[in-house]
Design a protein around this ligand. Structure first.
Ligand code: SF4
Length: 321
C-alpha cells in the first residue's frame, strides 16, 4: 500500500494590488503535481531554486494550504480534515528545515524545543517520563542526554540539525519532508547527517521526501528521484534510472553539471540558456520550451503528458524515447 498519494496538487499564491488588496494574478508555485511514496522509501526531489520544491514539501505537511488537488496519507484524504482529526494526522507528517539556526527558538532550551511537541500531542505523561523520552531522542540522533539543558547557540550547525531531527522524531512521524537539510552545513558534516537520516529510516521505517538542488546528494540517498521544473514534475523514476539514463533535456542538463565519480566517465556539460520563466505567466505548451535546445514548433502550444519511457520511469517530453 502507498503511504502517500498526491494527485494534481496545485498551490497558487495570489498577487494582490490596490486599496482592497484584490488578487490580480497568481504565482503558480505548484501546478499539477502527481507523486506517490511507499513506507520506508526516499523520494529525492531536485530542481533549480524557485521551481516550487519547498512549497510542495510545505503543502504536503499542511504548512501551506493547497489551492486544489488531493493528498491521501495512509488512505485518508488530508485536505478534507479539520480540527482534531487534522492534528492527529499532521503529527505523522513532519518537516526538517534547511537552516537549523533559524528553525530553533534561541530563547528555549533543547528540552523545551524537543519536549514542546510531546506536550501538544500528549505523547508522554509526567515529568520523569518526559525527561527520559527527551534523553532517548537526543541519544538516538547522536547527542548526549545532558545536552537537554543547553541552548541552540551552544551547538555547531550539524548538532543543531540533529536537534531539529530529534524534534521531528518526538511525535513518532511516518513521513518527513527534509527540505535541503544539509545544504547549510560544511561538506564534512553533510555525510554524517545524511547517514543519520538513513539509519533512522532503517530503524523506524520512515518515508522521506528529500529536497535538494544538488543531484549528487540525492543520487546516493534516494530510492527514486523526481525532477521539478516550474511547478511540475517533468521526470521521475528509480534513482539509478534517472541519473544513468536521463531522458528529459532538463534532467540531462542537471546531470551534466554533476562531477562523475568514475574518473573514466566523461560528461559533456550542457549549459542552458535564459532564466527560469516567471511562475506567474508560465509558458504555454511545454514549460521548458524557451530554454530547451531540442524544442520544435509543437512544444510551444502542446503540453507534453508524462509517458513511461522505461519501466517505472516517466518523462514529460514529446521527444523522449
Ligand atoms: Fe524540449 Fe519539447 Fe521535450 Fe519540452 S517537449 S523538453 S520543449 S523537446
Amino acid at each position: 500500500m502507498k503511504l502517500l498519494e498526491v494527485t494534481d496538487l496545485q498551490v497558487h499564491f495570489p498577487v494582490e494590488r490596490g486599496w482592497f488588496r484584490k488578487p490580480i494574478e497568481f504565482v503558480k508555485a505548484v501546478d499539477g503535481v502527481n507523486l506517490e511514496l511507499a513506507p520506508g522509501e526516499t523520494l529525492g526531489l531536485v530542481g533549480e531554486s524557485g521551481c516550487g520544491k519547498s512549497t510542495l514539501g510545505r503543502a504536503l505537511v499542511r504548512l501551506v494550504n493547497p489551492t486544489a488537488g488531493r493528498i491521501r496519507f495512509n488512505g485518508i484524504d488530508l485536505l478534507t480534515l479539520e480540527g482534531k482529526a487534522l492534528r492527529q494526522q499532521r503529527r505523522k507528517l513532519q518537516m526538517i528545515f534547511q537552516d537549523p539556526a533559524s528553525a530553533l527558538d534561541p530563547r528555549l532550551t533543547i528540552e523545551s524545543i524537543v519536549g514542546e511537541a510531546l506536550e501538544i500531542h500528549q505523547i508522554v505523561r509526567g515529568r520523569k517520563a518526559r525527561r527520559e523520552r527527551i534523553g532517548q531522542l537526543l541519544t538516538d540522533v547522536g547527542l548526549h542526554p545532558d545536552h537537554r539543558n543547553r541552548y541552540p547557540h551552544e551547538f555547531s550547525g550539524g548538532q543543531r540539525q540533529r536537534i531539529g531531527i530529534a524534534r521531528a522524531l518526538a511525535v513518532e512521524p511516518r513521513f518527513i519532508v527534509c527540505d535541503e537539510p544539509v545544504s547549510a552545513l560544511d561538506v564534512s558534516v553533510q555525510a554524517q547527517v545524511v547517514n543519520l537520516l538513513h539509519d533512522l529510516q532503517e530503524q523506524r521505517g520512515l518515508a522521506y521526501l528529500f529536497i535538494a538542488h544538488d543531484l549528487a546528494v540525492v543520487e546516493h540517498f534516494s530510492h527514486r528521484i523526481a525532477v521539478m521544473y516550474l511547478g511540475n514534475i517533468i521526470e521521475t523514476g528509480s534513482a539509478r534510472s534517472v541519473t544513468r539514463l536521463p531522458r528529459h533535456p532538463y534532467t540531462q542538463a542537471l546531470i551534466s553539471a554533476v562531477p562523475a565519480l568514475d574518473p573514466l566517465t566523461r560528461r559533456t556539460r550542457i549549459v542552458l540558456g535564459g532564466d527560469v520563466p516567471s511562475p506567474i505567466h508560465p509558458p504555454k505548451g511545454c514549460p521548458f520550451h524557451p530554454r530547451c535546445p531540442l524544442a520544435e514548433s509543437r512544444c510551444r502550444y502542446e503540453p507534453p503528458v508524462p509517458r513511461e519511457i522505461l519501466p517505472q520511469h516517466w518523462v514529460s517530453c514529446h521527444l523522449a524515447k
